[in-house]
Write a protein that binds this ligand. Sequence first.
Ligand SMILES: [Zn+2]
Length: 438
Amino acid sequence: MGRRSGKFRRVLSRIFKERQIYHRSDGVVHFISMSSKTQIALAVIVGAALLWVAYSSVNVVFKEQIIVAKERDSRIMETTYSKRLHDAQRAYDDVSELNQIIKQNFDETMADISARHQLLQNMVERKATIDQGLDALATGLAEAGGPSGQRTSNSNRVMVDVVPGEATPRQSRLSTARKQAVEQMERNNAAAPQNGAASDAIKSMNKAAADLYTEQMLLLASLEEKAEAQRDHLTNVMASAGISVESVVTPAKITNTVLAQGGPFIDIAAGDEAASQFYLHVSRAANAVDELAALQKAIQNLPLSSPLIVGRRFTSGFGIRRDPINGKYSRHNGIDFAAAWASPITATGDGVVKYAGTRAGFGRMVEINHGNGFITRYAHMNRITVKTGQKVKLHDKIGELGNSGRSTGPHVHYEILFNGKPLNPRRFIEAGRYVFES
Ligand SMILES: [Zn+2]
């Protein structure tokens, strides 16, 4: 170390050896002696100044570069920012457009489901009204029982059960409905935007709609099935009374209340198999319900009961028989029941009293008009308890059993006239059992 510093000192003293600088002015010579130390000190000062100048120059150049770089950076940032803002705006526009699409899809689906629901509700309500009417009639008729007063019997079951089988059993129809609803859902899904969020929302809505459509089809199928079975059953009731449905229920009497209730116009898209199937079944079910309503109304007024509710004996049938008074063969236009003196005689169906008074041969007699061309007659009464023009309901008391007119003992002679022609009342009372035994 000491040797090296010694060498450095020798190099320095060789460069900065003591120098005399001569200077002449006005003929006088001066000289300045500069020691090594003075020379080194000067050299250090000059060197430091040069370094300062160099540093400052570099710094200025760098600063400018930094500013340029910063400007470039902020321009890049600005561009990036405005691009992001633009992207966000576009994303927002996309979302609100998708919302619009989702909302439109939802509104259309809801409108469709509501329209279907309204139709089903109309039918269900109308059917419920019919059922209430039939239940009340069945309860009333059950009170009087069959021709000999029997309340229940299995003898008519076979006929009641002979209801034409449905062409398409419910189970297969349900699976068809489900299949069609799923197909419709897939078509709707395909028509929906295929973009992530919107697609998911619409698809889950379409799935819920498909489930509802299937439920509605099931309800419709069950409604149609029941209405058709009841319509067939009531047709059988009328047939068993010897009446053709066509003679009582004319097309004019069938009111299309379900489909004519001013529901919304339903525009079924071409190829929408599920929708056209739904409305096909709606129209079938509606027809069945409309016909059922007309039949129920007709049956409601039919004289399907017996003029004596309790303690009666069937004593004489309808048709050719030997006359109990003169012994000659003659036509008996009604049936006879015997019971205790003054037993209550009641209306065999709803109607209006057409006649209440005495008539040759019949004694004290009441005639009731049931509409649709049906009139019932109750003869040989002891006392009449209604007046002409009075409205009567099934099993309302109209008089008391007696022996007036051409009669050999206390009994009621009971007739049913259809458009003036006598029919066998026994068949009507039998038919009444089909109503309450079903
Ligand atoms: Zn008679």
